[in-house]
Design a protein around this ligand. Sequence first.
Ligand code: DHB
Ligand code: FE
Length: 284
Amino acid sequence: MARITASVYTSHIPAIGAALDLGKTHEPYWQPVFQGYESSRQWLKDNRPDVIFLVYNDHATAFSLDMIPTFAIGTAAEFKPADEGWGARPVPTVIGHPELASHIAQSVIQQDFDLTIVNKMDVDHGLTVPLSLLCGQPQAWPCPVIPFAVNVVQYPVPSGQRCFNLGQAIRKAVESYDEPLNVQIWGTGGMSHQLQGPRAGLINKAFDNAFLDQLIADPAALAKKPHIDYVREAGSEGIELVMWLIARGAMADVAGGKPPRVAHRFYHVPASNTAVGHLILENP
Ligand code: DHB
Ligand code: FE
């Protein structure tokens, strides 16, 4: 059977992708950010998954305001890096895993979560920046990736509780796949940030660190946090953090297993308009 071995959480700030693509990682502003991921790049080499299930949000790139799926699973054989207005990032095409993705769609929909099945889409910084942070600049990404897009851009967006429950359904789906695959689930976006309006530039270190603490120790309680708390405390784009609850819900302890091991934790301000948060949890 396939197994979820670890979960990875990280911000997806587009300027990080640009810093990497333009060779600026050693500039004083960016150096501390990339240094915070150095051990994670080694960790990923040492704990190479067969498949990454990557929970992210599309920023009106593949899905315009014409059509807004709440949860969308990428079942295609490949996904091209999107042109977000200044040309596609010079990063590898994402190779999918249509068989596992289709199995997860079947299983999760049978568990009463309505997913949109996406057989063709480009992937934006929400997906490619986390891969860059953990993989650097390879010729090809280290393994197939299943993109899982969550609407956190246009209200109504799903609750933290629904995301947490969905993670548990994804775990069941993976564990019922009849091939011994090592699967990692990544939750991306966040941390506190607001990109527009009078509060643009908002960062809340106390909120972010409390979120990380609770994500590790008591995710079931964290799942009860209402939208309004994210928006008030973490800014309008801080709502991206509900996606971390999908990954956390897929961990073993939520299904009665042992608590995860914290392999790495990192927090840094500033990076563009956002606080950078990053966590790696391993299943025992
Ligand atoms: C920034 C952060 C985001 O999450 C995003 O999608 C776009 C921009 C920023 O910090 O600049
Ligand atoms: Fe974003």
